[in-house]
Design a protein around this ligand. Structure first.
Ligand code: HEM
Length: 133
């Protein structure tokens, strides 16, 4: 059964998929019929939502679910760290998106995301090893 934390990762990733495609569609329509040239400003957010919000987040959620579990009872690693990582990642994505209005916050968002990835790796580290060791 998919753990609750993976459910949140995967649900969030689907929301970013929807939002990212919507922004892409708006830009594509602008390319075709030029209804509002300012809409092209959403390109960095389109890239952020789809590459980090959707793809990276989906991989993180599914990896937390299916990586091998060790010990008895079977453990999924340090779940508190992974919850923190999920919150940091999503906060980071939203802060990066704020760059549409406040360009300087971009760096803060990237720092949050980098922190999320480091914490995630630390939390999952012990689940990455060869079978039988
Ligand atoms: C996996 C899904 C997607 C990812 C990872 C993605 C990512 C990107 C990236 C990285 C760029 C920038 C390319 C560059 O500057 O050379 C881009 C541009 C663009 N994307 Fe997407 N995209 C995705 C899906 C879509 C979809 C579904 C649409 C339309 C419905 C779309 C519409 C556009 C448009 C129109 C541009 C170009 C904007 C311009 O003229 O500068 N994308 N996308």
């Amino acid at each position: 059964m998919m753990p609750r934390l993976s459910v949140w990762f995967v649900r969030a990733s689907m929301i970013y998929l929807l939002a990212g495609f919507t922004l892409g569609a708006l830009m594509l329509a602008q390319d075709g019929i030029s209804y509002a040239p300012a809409v092209m400003a959403v390109l960095p957010v389109h890239m952020e939502f789809l590459l980090v919000g959707w793809l990276v987040q989906l991989a993180m959620g599914v990896a937390f679910w299916i990586f091998p579990r060790f010990g008895l009872p079977h453990s999924r690693g340090n779940e508190t760290l992974i919850w923190a990582s999920c919150l940091l990642l999503n906060a980071g994505i939203l802060v990066v998106a704020l760059e549409l209005w406040i360009p300087a916050v971009f760096l803060i968002g990237r720092i949050l995301e980098t922190g999320a990835v480091i914490i995630y790796a630390a939390g999952l580290w012990r689940r990455v090893k060869p079978h039988g060791t």
